[in-house]
Design a protein around this ligand. Structure first.
Ligand code: CO8
Length: 263
């Protein structure tokens, strides 16, 4: 069972097939310390391995998704320590290792590493007044967990340059207008309900197909178009080897609801 007790996060299974991870370090506005990130990676790996979980929602509090990497932890860090311990590298490990879809539900601050963490997720939902930003320049440094790459891919070079060079924040409403977020909700309650509903909708589909779909969409971020299309076709062909493809297409022909076997 994925149930385990953590210090800096909470886990719950609020809907069938849905695992919810809540960042819970309220005194530091969910600043992402190494112990917190370690727990987050453990919880994500546990849900990925749990057969009954089919989609994951990652959230923080109403006030803060995460106010960034832990500045107090980073302040004394040296180049040689950061370099030799590959500081931050493990943060994004889940983007390649976790196969189940992760929905980020962002309310309040998502700054620096918090913004980067949200960008690592598969679907980003937020509240209209969520507060996104890459303020690292104001601390004398730069984004270090993929912000310069993922944000630039999401919103284009000129806007990303403006944000990263000035450290200016942007709202949840802007995040949707610019394509960073899929949807912005009017309130925290609507954000959580909307995120769980989408997770439930995903959880109702064939697990094999859902994981394959996540894999091929994410390939689009790494591969040139032609290679990506070819990759997609290979995976598409391989799904003719799944039981669920037969079940899904037979159910359509018979006007019945598909009962997935996840095989
Ligand atoms: N790190 C450590 N502690 C933090 C952080 C943080 N990022 N953010 C807030 N806190 C702490 C505060 O120090 C304060 O603690 P204390 O009560 O002990 O003084 C507590 O949280 C509450 O914060 P505030 O009193 O400041 O709350 P406000 O509501 O007044 O302000 C803000 C909220 C605007 C979010 C403000 O806290 C702030 O500006 N925080 C820093 C935001 C920031 O610069 N983030 C970027 C960090 S750098 C970064 O992420 C680099 C990424 C590089 C790699 C990342 C890997 C993922």
């Amino acid at each position: 069972s994925p149930a385990k007790s953590y210090e800096f996060i909470e886990t719950a299974e609020p809907r069938p097939g849905v695992g919810q991870i809540t960042l819970n370090r309220p005194k530091a506005l969910n600043a992402l310390s190494t112990p917190l990130i370690t727990e987050l990676n453990q919880a994500l790996a546990a849900y990925d391995a749990a057969p009954e979980i089919r989609a994951i929602v990652l959230t923080g509090s109403q006030k803060a998704f995460a106010a960034g990497a832990d500045i107090k932890e980073m302040a004394p860090l040296t180049f040689s320590k950061a370099y030799t311990t590959s500081f931050i590298e493990s943060w994004s490990a889940f983007t390649t290792s976790v196969k189940k879809p992760i929905i980020a539900a962002v309310s309040g601050h998502a700054l620096g590493g918090g913004c980067e963490l949200a960008l690592m997720c598969d679907i980003l939902y937020c509240t209209e007044n969520a507060n996104f930003g890459q303020p690292e320049i104001k601390l004398g440094t730069i984004p270090g967990a993929g912000g310069s790459q993922r944000l630039t891919r999401a919103i284009g070079k000129s806007r990303a340059m403006e944000l990263i060079l000035t450290g200016k924040n942007f709202s949840g409403k802007e995040a949707v207008e610019w394509g960073v977020a899929a949807r912005a909700f009017g309130s925290w309650e609507e954000l959580i309900e909307g995120s769980l509903k989408t997770a439930e909708a995903i959880a109702a589909h064939s697990k094999v197909a859902v994981m394959a779909a996540k894999e091929v969409v994410n390939k689009s971020q790494d591969l040139p178009l032609r290679d990506g299309v070819e990759y997609e076709r290979r995976v598409f062909h391989s799904l003719f080897g799944s039981e669920d493809q037969k079940i899904g297409m037979k159910a359509f022909a018979e006007k019945k609801k598909a009962e997935w076997t996840d095989k």
